[in-house]
Design a protein around this ligand. Sequence first.
Ligand code: BMA
Length: 329
Amino acid sequence: MAKIIGSSLSNIPWQSKPLNCTDAIWRYTNNPVIKRDAIPSSNSIFNSAIVPFENKFAGVFRCDSKSRSMDIFAGFSEDGINWSINHDPIKFEGADREILKVEYRYDPRVCFIEDRYWITWCNGYHGPTIGVGYTYDFKKFTQVENAFLPYNRNGVMFPRKIDGLYTMLSRPSDTGHTPFGDIFCSQSQDMTFWGKHRHVMSTIKTNASAWQSTKIGAGPIPIETTEGWLMIYHGVLNSCNGFVYSFGAALLEINRPWEVKYRTKPYLLSPQEYYECVGDVPNVVFPCAALTDASSGRIAIYYGCADTVTGLAFAEVDELVEYIKRNSL
Ligand code: BMA
């Protein structure tokens, strides 16, 4: 039976699995948890990152404005479900004015490592790349160097050093709506200089697993388990009506996370509910965060729905890991 290696989180948001559900992941019945207009300026709030913070919860949210600019905002919650999101975007401090220039910021991830919360996001710097910053308190934010050259998306940190090195997944891309993309892993001694780039996994170009045939990208911070790193990732299919975003999961080797042990052939969740199929970008489920409780094995996954609102889904680690192994490519 797989177990989560990590902290307990007794107040993790939770709803038990419906009796008639045969899937490994199920939705919260009151989805979406964050509506598109949760702050006065927002057109949509989705693809956002949530972490436990001071016995409650904090997060970094992607709020696209009514002028359709993309930016990231801090927010707070008592229960992980009802959120109060700041009305002004995050303002980073930092040593280098060049790096602090803001073009656009979207799809944040937040990862607690050792003493602070690291934030990574898709950062406009002459094309999309991975911006990096940190905070201790979600009030003061410091930005450091972009991790990579443009063009890149989906920069996702591992929650601890591996072999003494900070480790990040990412997905090299292009300037537009990239019609390709594999997941890579990079490492750093100091969160400034990144190297040791390793290929993790590619799209599946055969009919065997078409939901992940166009591009893939890491989602939430990988979850350490007794069976390897549990990496939830999105996959894209190119249909006659445009891209369709679903998500699945893989188990990566603990000490060499570029080695894939198992990877789901079927998707775990695909756009099927109204709020996942109808919105600014139809047919998108896009996971960016997961809360975990090592004591109970519960996992709560936050995902963007149709690039408009934010949904919540649940899984139990033993059942999910078993499902991944049984349904692996
Ligand atoms: C990707 C990113 C995501 C978005 C998705 C679907 O390229 O822009 O933020 O959810 O497309 O539009």
